[in-house]
Design a protein around this ligand. Sequence first.
Ligand SMILES: [Fe+2]
Length: 235
Amino acid sequence: MIQFINDMNGSTLLMTMKDGLEEKLMQLVVSRTSTAAREEWLKSQQESEAPLFNYRYSHVSQVVAVAKDLAKAAGADMDIITTAAWLHDLAKPGMGDVPGHGETSAKDAREILLKEGIDPEIVERVCDTIRKHVGLTLDSPLEPMEAQILWEADKLVKLGVTAFVHMMVYMQQAKPGFSLSSLADELRDYLSLAGRIAASMNTKRAQELARIRLDAMKSTSDLLDSEIMLGKQER
Ligand SMILES: [Fe+2]
């Protein structure tokens, strides 16, 4: 490959890029930086009691915030929703899915709430809400309204910029060595599922938030694709 470059006096020089040299330079940068990158991550985790990022806490606390907003807008039972939102993923403390986590989380929640002296009837309503929050799409709205709202809040957190940040954290943990290009691929591939999640919203406020978050996610994907266009060789 032949490239023209400017020397210090501004005159044009002719430089020949040997075949395969760019690939070699890229490999050199990868090998010179990988160990440092790995050591930096390990060191920061070893020096801190706090996890580098607590994905599940971040997810649950966002679900609580969104669920309160939806409950207020729909006039649903705030106590049932707030309690169910905090406890809905008890059986799923990490990032990975746990089969049957709706049922198991409801069972754990029942034990905790009864020990707290909460009225058993209220406890059952909370457990019912938790049990029904699973699945990424819905064919028809859940009953009662509190169950639909927790489901919506849980899924709204899987949309938008929040979901993009969570996706990045997930890739750090599940796919070490991931690149900006593979993150862009992951985000682009997720958009059709994100559209189906957004289409399952039923309350007015959730539909409004889903539309905003889906648009943000599509824009983020488009921007990322356009920004890394020149860096396709990145590893
Ligand atoms: Fe959740």
